[in-house]
Structures are given as structure tokens and as C-alpha cells.
Design a protein around this ligand. Structure first.
Ligand SMILES: Cc1ncc(COP(=O)(O)O)c(C=O)c1O
Length: 439
């Protein structure tokens, strides 16, 4: 739809503008390159499409400030970790208060009972465990599922991402995989219930692991009735249903599970669950817990030998952050402004798409939105076919040069409780200006 030469020309001009505008980041980049792989402490940080990394000084609320003193209105929000805004005051205060009272004890602290009760009330599942990351929560859940069912495989949807979990890393590009994930996982399309049923009929699937809305292949909304059908099929074939809410926590209080009355056997949530502090949780039903007790009782080894858990998990800082987040963030009053800003962004983007007669769509799950190319996809394969990476990258760089951050891996925009409708209007005006340059 847009001329490739124009896209490439604008990308080159925006790259030069970024380099000229960020001398502080540029000089950091030289020093960073001396000791960090690819010049960054975690190599994904190079996926932003900038000539060198943007180096951050601080992030607060919906604003991120770089070392050159530029302020960015942040719609990436740490790719969801900071969905409730950067350093929410109650969480930051709880971490600061705990910081001098012990950082690693490998024992529950006096808040743990209330945190367990809070998670049960929030998501409607009675039993819980903590991990440091959603990746680790998914790894543990899949181990439990295999132990409980005696079955080896996991069913996932094509184009999914559930963290760097070897069992289900079916996407191309993985490095050093310990085994071929096609031996441990089966993948089917998100809109193909017949294929789900065929996979389950084989009798070797321990768990169906899914996001309620696919958010890592662009955003793919479920077809009507999908979740009811998945629940019925997994029950019929005695396969455990795992709902990964790590990104769909944006749906509303208690994530998609609460807002859409889902009935998973396991629920996983990480990233924003503790207001951005590294922490994740997995919850499970009473029936699953009874099965876990039987598994544990049948073995002679100590709990530390299960292959699940890590030394720093459920540390006092994580418990402090999670307790504060449960008390203050997972509440309707927090979500109301997020959902309001997201609704305004949704409407403004649709109006822009109409006015410019673009063959684009907007998908939204609560406070989380995505612009996609072509018609709204029904599955991961359609979503992948509609990606326009060069166009997306120039849009991101153009927006960054005008003070807006979008998630680098796709066109995702998140609205925090402190994102204003003014922020939204300015973002849409900047997107419009970019499209004007390309038209
Ligand atoms: C749906 C989903 N689950 C799990 C994860 C893993 O999260 P983390 O990288 O924090 O382990 C991600 C990461 O993007 C995700 O999108």
C-alpha cells in the first residue's frame, strides 16, 4: 500500500535524525559495546530499530526520560511489565520499605498468607505458587501437567509465545534448542476447533496452553464461543487447560479469566502482576492441588528436587510488591482510566484509518491495542502473513523521534492508569503525520 522506496527513504532519514538527537545515548553506546553482547545487557534491547540503543535515565508514570533529557510518552510500558505505569507509588513505597528488612530469606514472610488470599479472590482459583518470571511459571505448569496426567505433550496455537519455554518454542529463530519442540508440542490454528479435537483425541496431550487472546502474533481475537468449546473439549479428553494471562491482564480486573468467566485448571500471570517488579504466579484448582499432593507424597526426595522453583523466588521484595499491587492496582478504580484512554485511542485510530482509507484494522483487549495490516486475522498464520515489518519499523522510529514509544516487536500500545486522552490525541496526530510523509 505504501511505496517501499518511500518507506526506506523515511527510515534512513529518521535513523539520521535519531543519531543527531541522541548524543548522550550515542556516547553510552560506545562504552556499552565494550562489555555487553550487542551493546546491551539483554540482547532483545536491540530490537527497537534505532541505530544504537536509547539509554534511559528514569521512568515514572507514563513518561520515560533518556540520558539526553528527552521525555517519551510510553505506550510500550516495558512490553507490559509497567502496564500500571512506571513505579506505581504504592509498589515503589512497599519495595523501599522492605529494602532494609531482608532481600533473600527462602521462607514465607508475614504478608504471604494475605497475598495468597488476594490472588484467590482476584482470579477465582484457590491455590497458588510464585515464580520470578512468566516463562518460569509456564515451565513449572507444564511439568506439573505432565506429572498429573502421565502424558508427554502440550497443545498450543500456531504463532503463540509463552516465554522461552523449550517445550513449546516452535517459532523459527530459536538458538541452541535442547530438542526439537515438535516432539513435545503440537500446534494448531487458533480458529480450528476440529484440529484441537483431533490433537486431543490422540490421548497424549497433558495440557492445552493458550492465551485467551493471541497477543504475540500481532493480536488475534478469539472467534465467538472458542473458550467454551476449548473448555468442553479439554474436559472431555482429560487434558488440563492452562490460561496464560500475562498479556491479557489488560482485559480488566482479574484478566480475561474473570472478565469472561473462563474456568482454567491452571492460570499463569507475570509481567505486571506485581506492578512491574520481577514476579509471576500460577494458580490452580482444588482438584489439581489434590493431584499435586499425591505426586509429592509418592516420592522420597526433598521438595527442592522437583525441577521447579528457583532460589530467589517469592523473595521479600517480590512479596512486598505483589502485596501492594493486590491492595492498590488490581482494582476497578485503576482499570477505569486505562480502559477509558484505550477506548479513546481505539476510536481515534479507527477514524484515522477510515479517513486515510487504509486497509488496516485495530484489535483491542481492554487497555491493550494493536494496529494490524489487512483484515483482522483469525489465526496466527494469517497474522504472520499480514505483517509489514519495514513499515512498522519506520512508524516506530518516526514516533520515537517525536516522543512516543511503541512496543518494538509489534504495533502494540498499552494505556496505563496515568495515560491521558491528551497523550492519546498527540500519539494519533503523530501517526497521522508519519502516514502523511509516506503517502
Ligand atoms: C503470553 C506470554 N506468556 C509468557 C511470557 C513470558 O514472560 P517473561 O518474558 O516475563 O518470562 C510472555 C512474554 O512476552 C508472554 O507474552
Amino acid at each position: 500500500m505504501f511505496d517501499a522506496r518511500r518507506v526506506a527513504g523515511l527510515a534512513a532519514a529518521e535513523g539520521e535524525r535519531f543519531a543527531a538527537d541522541h548524543p548522550g545515548s550515542a556516547s553510552h553506546a560506545v562504552r556499552l559495546a565494550a562489555h555487553w553482547l550487542n551493546g546491551v545487557p539483554m540482547h532483545w534491547m536491540r530490537d527497537w530499530g534505532t541505530p544504537f540503543p536509547l539509554v534511559v535515565r528514569a521512568a515514572q508514570g507514563a513518561i520515560l526520560t533518556d540520558v539526553d533529557g528527552h521525555h517519551f510518552t510510553d505506550f510500550c510500558l516495558g512490553d507490559t511489565g509497567a502496564m500500571f505505569g512506571h513505579s506505581p507509588p504504592a509498589v515503589a513505597g512497599a519495595i523501599a520499605a522492605q529494602a532494609g528488612r531482608g532481600l533473600a530469606v527462602m521462607l514465607p514472610d508475614e504478608r504471604a498468607a494475605a497475598v495468597g488470599a488476594g490472588l484467590a479472590a482476584l482470579f477465582g482459583l484457590p491455590f497458588w505458587q510464585m515464580t520470578q518470571t512468566a516463562t518460569d511459571a509456564n515451565r513449572a505448569v507444564l511439568r506439573w501437567a505432565r506429572a498429573l496426567t502421565g502424558r508427554p505433550r502440550t497443545l498450543v496455537f500456531k504463532g503463540c509465545y509463552h516465554g522461552t519455554v523449550d517445550d513449546v518454542m516452535l517459532r523459527p529463530g530459536g538458538v541452541g534448542a535442547p530438542f526439537d519442540a515438535r516432539t513435545s508440542a503440537i500446534e494448531v490454528e487458533f480458529d480450528d476447533l476440529a484440529a484441537v479435537e483431533a490433537a486431543l483425541r490422540g490421548g497424549d496431550v497433558a495440557a492445552l496452553l493458550c492465551e485467551p487472546v493471541m497477543t504475540n502474533a500481532g493480536m488475534v481475537l478469539p472467534q465467538p464461543g472458542l473458550h467454551e468449546a476449548l473448555r468442553a473439549l479439554t474436559r472431555r479428553h482429560e487434558t488440563l487447560l492452562v490460561v496464560d494471562e500475562t498479556h491479557t491482564l489488560s482485559s480488566g480486573v482479574g484478566g480475561h479469566t474473570r472478565t469472561h468467566a473462563l474456568e482454567p485448571d491452571f492460570l499463569v500471570c507475570g509481567k505486571a502482576i506485581a506492578g512491574g517488579f520481577p514476579c509471576a504466579v500460577y494458580g490452580f484448582s482444588a482438584q489439581v492441588e489434590a493431584g499435586m499432593q499425591r505426586v509429592l507424597a509418592s516420592r522420597a526426595q526433598m521438595h527442592g528436587h522437583t525441577g521447579m522453583g528457583t532460589t530467589l523466588t517469592a523473595n521479600p521484595l517480590a512479596l512486598a510488591a505483589l502485596a501492594a499491587a493486590l491492595d492498590t492496582l488490581h482494582a476497578q478504580a485503576t482499570y477505569d482510566p486505562m480502559l477509558g484512554a484505550a477506548a479513546a485511542l481505539d476510536a481515534a485510530l479507527r477514524a484515522l484509518i477510515d479517513r486515510r482509507r487504509l486497509d488496516w484494522h485495530v484489535a483491542r483487549v481492554g487497555a491493550r491495542l494493536e494496529i494490524g495490516h489487512g483484515e483482522a486475522p483469525r489465526n496466527g498464520t494469517q497474522a504472520a502473513a499480514r505483517m509489514q515489518t519495514a513499515l512498522d519499523q519506520v512508524l516506530h522510529l518516526y514516533l520515537m523521534n517525536r516522543g512516543f514509544l511503541l512496543t518494538p516487536f509489534h504495533n502494540m500500545m498499552l494505556c496505563s492508569p496515568v495515560t491521558t486522552t491528551g497523550d492519546v490525541a498527540r500519539l494519533v496526530a503523530a501517526i497521522d503525520a508519519c502516514l502523511g510523509e509516506l503517502a
